[in-house]
Design a protein around this ligand. Structure first.
Ligand code: NAP
Ligand code: ZN
Ligand code: ZN
Length: 349
């Protein structure tokens, strides 16, 4: 089937309308009519080949929501009309220890929703800036939010799980003091989720204009990280820091805010390295620096259900597909409140 999509032919070219093909659903496939797709900063890194290895044409998008259009003969768990989502993963080896543990995100053969290897044309996966997608049922998520919230659910498929998974892994909850650094797509979800898990949440932003909004998102305190005196007021006070910043910056300034035995986990994935750390910031208080990548399929379903129960969705700004290049420029300036979501209906025009 040929459908309309938006993508780029090279890393230095803007995104433009493309016609792409999807495979006919196999016995275990779910064909999804995409309603909305969130715009992740990873889309910018990859479509511009900032992480190297991008294959073209590149159709980004891994925060996909929509309705099931058709299912293969063996699919039992989904039926046409169901509200579903697809995140960053569309395949994995299904038999390694990581897949067995439901941590497909750490499988050595994980296939990303775009730019991953596939026998389908053109030889690499094409993502959610498109009208339809066909995905094996194992990697399809069920959405239990009201249908009216569907657009605001889309960002949970990457921004939601990427922040939920480390907050759970490092056991954030009541009595914890948690810092969330960078208030963009990931960071704003980190604030909402850490708050819902019962932590005391301190948001760190480079944008003074986001101070009030961060409180509205659920932060108990907001710090403008470029103000040294504001940073100093939080020295040695945080048990855990979730760092979502998409650009290289001084990590040492944040180690100083951790308690003894505190951990800072990086989820932001800048194209070039951070200028730090100096080891003493870690050694002196037995602090840890860690990383985390999205989350597995079972935990993604757990996160979606947690959000449905707690009434959590993203704060979104809806765009038409042809506004995507402008949206990227705004994201690079930190001007995002707090996730752009493409209305897939605009692709038909
Ligand atoms: P985003 O919406 O663009 O937000 C990033 C935020 O970082 C900005 O809004 C800004 O917040 C802050 N920031 C501070 N200095 C910046 C600078 N010089 N340039 C850009 N941002 C700066 O991005 P996102 O979608 O949340 O993604 C954040 C990062 O996480 C990206 O690198 C992305 O590739 C990565 N990511 C990783 C995973 C994973 O599995 N680990 C998953 C998804 C995304 P303030 O205005 O508040 O300072
Ligand atoms: Zn993402
Ligand atoms: Zn595997």
């Amino acid at each position: 089937m040929t459908i309309k999509a938006y993508g780029a032919h090279a890393g230095d070219r803007p995104l433009e309308p493309l016609d792409i093909t999807r495979r006919a659903p196999g016995p275990h496939d779910v064909q999804i009519a995409i309603a909305y797709c969130g715009v992740c900063h990873s889309d910018i890194h990859q479509v511009r080949s900032e992480w190297a290895g991008t294959r073209y044409p590149c159709v980004p998008g891994h925060e996909i929501v929509g309705r099931v259009a058709a299912v293969g003969a063996q699919v039992a768990g989904f039926a046409p009309g169901d509200l579903v989502g697809v995140g960053c993963i569309v395949d994995s080896c299904r038999h390694c220890a990581d897949c067995g543990a439901g941590l497909e995100n750490y499988c050595d053969h994980m296939v990303g929703t775009y730019n991953g290897p596939t026998p389908d044309a053109p030889g690499h996966t094409l993502g959610g800036y498109a009208q339809q997608i066909v995905v094996h049922e194992r990697y399809v998520l069920r959405i239990r939010h009201p249908a009216a919230q569907l657009a605001a659910v889309a960002p949970l498929l990457c921004a939601g799980i990427t922040t939920y998974s480390p907050l759970r892994h490092w056991k954030v909850g009541p009595g914890h003091r948690v810092g969330v650094v960078g208030i963009g797509g990931l960071g704003h979800m980190g604030i909402k989720l850490a708050r819902a898990m019962g932590a005391h949440v301190v948001a760190f932003t480079t944008s003074p204009s986001k101070r009030e909004a961060a409180r509205a998102l659920g932060a108990h305190e907001v710090v403008v990280s470029r103000q040294p005196e504001e940073m100093a007021a939080h020295a040695q006070s945080l048990d855990f820091i979730l760092n979502t910043v998409a650009a290289p910056h001084d990590l040492d300034a944040f180690f100083a805010l951790l308690t003894r035995d505190g951990t800072m986990t990086l989820v932001g994935a800048p194209a070039t390295p951070h200028p730090s750390p100096q080891v003493f910031g870690l050694i002196m208080k037995r602090r840890s620096l860690a990383g985390s990548m999205i989350g597995g399929i079972p935990e993604t379903q757990e996160m979606l259900d947690f959000c449905a129960q707690h009434g959590i969705v993203a704060d979104v700004e809806m765009i038409r597909a042809e506004q995507i290049n402008e949206a990227y420029e705004r994201m690079l300036k930190g001007d995002v409140h707090y996730r752009f979501v493409i209305d897939s209906a605009s692709l038909a025009a």
